[in-house]
Design a protein around this ligand. Structure first.
Ligand code: M6R
Length: 595
């Protein structure tokens, strides 16, 4: 959560357009506020406020900002409400230093009190400001800049990265502790950012920063030092070859719709890659003989774990325990040992809840594997091996293509564990294409009626239970309606009382579960509900449900995967109908590096 970007050039020049573009590309990390600062000689120009990049940049005319160094920050609020004063970057007491952070400084409240007691000028409640004062307090005591940052690092508890600059200097400084940080090296500039999308349009030469490293950025070089003892660290640059197409909308009105339509292609790429990935075998051998097998994730990634556990049991006869990452810590970690295996699942590979669970398992000797989209992320480094999801950038905050590829990866692993021919899965991408084509008009036909409701349910059973939870999460995430996902058989145990005339209930029906789902449908339609079934063409569903969103014919496991596509489209269409931006729903962030 939160995004930072800083750039250092040789001479003073227009930096506003570069900062605006970098901020736009980091919007997915937070959009409660945006700020930009440029530094030249003894001048700092700081502009910031709540709102989206284009709006704030236009209101404060970021485009005219010039300087020799620049910093921009996108905020996802944790410490301090979204407001102008809490927006970043922040100045120190005298306005000589300017800095911004991403992540969370967990002792922010205590630090602010200390700074005030020391006579520093504290203007906000925001922990980014504490990063600046933490450096300032040691500058005031006579330390040089690098030592001041090293000492500040010791004072600032939590997981964060920050970038800071000062007047009458020609450098920026950055530090990493827990949150992502990447450096870019261009011909006549260097830059630093929370993530690659803001760097790649400028340069392909990058350097990944590790925790506990301080970076000094000059226009033509960077220097890495250890926070521990200040010693120099040598690191080679890498050249990134990925294209930037993925971070453009490619003709779609929103990234979410583009990413929904990319699902067949990324599934195809993933299936190819898994066929030739040697880590698959290593993981399967350990999973086969594990005493207990845990699938661990949060949000959408947890839903993929639920589907994975059903596939493993049904296809490979191997029980796995799907668990929400934060609950893994008290519920399972105390009881695991070296005989157990955990598969930690995360799109970003930076979700703090997942990393905490991983650490708690590893402390007890568990063998840990990962399933992640962002290669080079903390999860990919912390596990003994990680399978990549091969989705490219997923910009839209609601996860879509990374979810379906997580499910495809689980299905593939279950097939391999069972010794089944994975060639049978090669039909998935075409079936996904066909599904999108078939369901788009069907979803459009029911969306206006469903959209009238602010309260709905999404039910499923077996692997479609995971899809129902995922559909409900998508609906609440981007329509702001209350939508609960539930096991279909549980609905009669209480929620049934919510049903009134026309109340919409979505039923994801696997082909083998139709009879069970039909019972659930009748329990609600006889009380006036509108039951919208999602499943393969089936006379029983046609006869009993109020509507049927028909999917192409496939196998029971693939059918459950396909059932999530109309739910993604329904949530997208309702979000747009309500006038919301599905890519950047309020209050959320794509990467949650906080507890
Ligand atoms: O990066 P991760 O997969 O670890 O993220 C976990 C959740 O925050 C994430 O899946 C979230 O639920 C999605 N934005 C929902 O669309």
């Amino acid at each position: 959560m939160c995004g930072i970007f800083g750039i250092v050039t040789k001479d003073e020049q227009p930096l506003g357009p570069i900062l605006i573009d970098a901020a736009r590309r980091l919007t997915y990390r937070g959009y409660d506020s945006v700020g930009a600062a440029t530094i030249s000689g003894s001048k700092i120009d700081l502009r910031k406020d709540t709102g989206r990049v284009d709006d704030v940049a236009a209101r404060y005319n970021f485009a005219e900002m010039t300087g020799q160094r620049g910093i921009t920050q996108l905020r996802w609020a944790t410490f301090g409400e979204p407001s102008q004063v809490n927006s970043q970057p922040h100045l120190d007491s005298d306005g000589d230093l300017v800095g911004a952070h991403n992540g969370n400084v967990v002792n922010n409240v205590e630090l602010r009190q200390q700074f005030m007691a020391e006579g520093l000028t504290v203007r906000s409640q925001n922990d980014g400001e504490s990063c600046v004062h933490a450096v300032e307090r040691y500058i005031n005591k006579g330390y040089d800049f690098i030592d001041a940052i090293r000492l500040a690092y010791g004072d600032l508890q939590g997981d964060y990265a920050f970038v800071i600059g000062r007047i009458n200097d020609d450098k920026l400084y950055a530090i990493k502790k827990g949150s992502g940080l990447v450096v870019g090296i261009g011909g006549s500039f260097t830059c630093v950012s929370s993530d690659l999308p803001s760097i790649l349009p400028l340069t392909r030469e990058i350097m990944r920063i590790q925790d506990g490293e301080i970076i000094t950025l000059w226009p033509d070089r960077v220097e890495l030092r250890s926070v521990k003892d200040g010693s120099l660290i040598s690191r080679n640059t890498e050249t990134v070859t990925e294209t930037m197409d993925a971070v453009q909308k490619g003709g779609y009105p929103h990234f979410m719709l583009k990413e929904i339509h990319e699902q067949p292609q990324v599934a195809r790429e993933l299936l190819h890659l898994l066929e030739s990935n040697p880590d698959v075998q290593t993981m399967l051998e350990k999973m086969r003989t594990a005493r207990q097998l845990y699938f661990v994730g949060c949000g959408t990634s947890y839903h993929a774990c639920l589907a994975g556990a059903v596939f493993f049991a049904k296809i490979a006869g191997r029980a796995a325990i799907p668990v929400l990452a934060p609950q893994f810590v008290p519920q399972y970690a105390p009881a695991v040992n070296y005989e157990d295996v955990g598969l930690f699942v995360s799109q970003s590979g930076e979700t703090k809840d997942v990393l905490n669970a991983l650490q708690s398992g590893e402390e007890k000797g568990i063998t840990s594997f990962g399933l992640a989209n962002v290669i080079g992320s903390t999860l990919t480094k912390a596990t003994s091996c990680t399978l990549p999801l091969c989705c490219g950038y997923e910009i839209s905050v609601p996860a879509t293509k990374t979810f379906t590829n997580q499910v495809v990866a689980f299905l593939y692993l279950a097939y391999r564990l069972a010794g089944r021919d994975t060639a049978e899965l090669a039909v998935i991408p075409d079936l996904m294409e066909k599904t999108l084509e078939m369901v788009t008009p069907q979803v459009a036909a029911i969306a206006p009626a469903v959209n009238k409701w602010n309260d709905l349910y999404c039910l499923g059973y077996g692997a479609t239970y995971a899809m129902a939870l995922e559909g409900a999460l998508k609906l609440k995430e981007i329509t702001y309606a209350h939508c609960e996902g539930m096991l279909s058989t549980e609905f009669k145990h209480g929620p049934l009382s919510a049903v009134t005339k026309g109340f919409p209930i979505l039923f994801a029906a696997g082909p083998l579960d139709v009879s069970l789902i039909v019972s659930g449908i009748n329990e609600v339609t006889c009380r006036g509900a509108r039951a919208i079934a999602i499943g393969e063409e089936d006379a029983r569903l046609r006869a009993n449900a109020s509507d049927l969103i028909a999917l192409p014919k496939s196998t029971p496991e693939i059918a459950s995967l396909l059932a999530v596509l109309p739910l993604q489209l329904l949530s997208y269409q309702m979000s747009v109908m309500r006038g919301f931006d599905p890519d950047f729903p309020r209050n959320l962030s794509k990467t949650l590096t906080v507890d």
